[in-house]
Design a protein around this ligand. Structure first.
Ligand SMILES: [Zn+2]
Length: 238
């Protein structure tokens, strides 16, 4: 089972549109974990795109927030009532948070990250939610110091392979943290951001395009995460 996901991380509309356009061109499915209201997401083609939520509980850890995890969750669910899946920003979770996800009738969570590992399986948790682990993320690829020439994951396989990209890194073709740190100051100015786009070495955008091209050439089936979750539950019932 092969799946692509994106954490929106407050990307501006032009940057989100750019990512959606790439998936549209190749006709590959993608699950989008949303942080905020976005017209681009709202009007996106649901044949290709699933919208999940990407709540940010991190301010609670800093102790300078007067909101609660329930309110943060309700706020993003109000924006995306169709969402059945969740991955939290910074992958923050706890048993209490998982329980709240289940209370809100969310079907699955995709917070467990096991970089470059094979043999992953979706499975049912004690609260009936499905846990869908994932094994690749753009910013972790450069944290390991790996080149974006190669994702280091097979895609033509029966294994569960789930990629996690960020629209901003697709837009910037990011290859290391230094590029992102410099561009960070212009997140609200997509034109200016283009000046920071990497064209020197393979980056996030190049790698994504290569993967999507190979999906097309090999006619690989891609899945939304909710379909992986439904399959997991159906198999459990047999
Ligand atoms: Zn995030």
């Amino acid at each position: 089972m092969l799946a692509f996901t994106c954490d929106i991380d407050w990307a501006p509309e032009e940057v989100i549109a750019d990512t959606l356009n790439i998936f549209e061109i190749f006709g590959v499915k993608c699950t989008l974990f949303s942080t905020h209201h976005s017209l681009e997401l709202t009007k996106s083609n649901r044949k290709l795109f699933e919208i999940g939520i990407h709540p940010n509980f991190h301010p609670l850890l800093r102790g300078n927030s007067n909101t609660s995890y329930e309110d943060i969750l309700d706020e993003i669910l109000d924006i995306h009532p169709e969402a059945v899946g969740v991955r939290t920003h910074t992958m923050m979770q706890s048993v209490a948070i998982l329980q709240k996800f289940s209370d809100k009738k969310l079907l699955y969570e995709a917070n467990t990250f096991m970089p470059y590992q094979y043999g992953l399986k979706a499975f049912k948790l004690w609260n009936n939610m499905v846990r869908i682990p994932f094994n690749w993320e753009d910013d972790v690829h450069w944290a390991y110091g790996y080149s974006f020439e190669d994702a280091r994951m097979e895609i033509d396989t029966d294994e569960l392979v789930i990629f996690d990209f960020h629209p901003i890194h697709i837009y910037l073709n990011t290859e290391n943290k230094y590029r992102y740190n410099e561009a960070k100051n212009y997140l609200s100015d997509p034109k200016k951001l283009l000046e920071y786009r990497n064209s020197e070495v393979p980056g996030t955008r190049d790698l994504l395009m290569n993967l999507l091209k190979r999906c097309n050439e090999k006619e690989l089936t891609t899945h939304k995460l909710k379909d992986i979750a439904y399959t997991c539950l159906a198999e459990g019932l047999m």
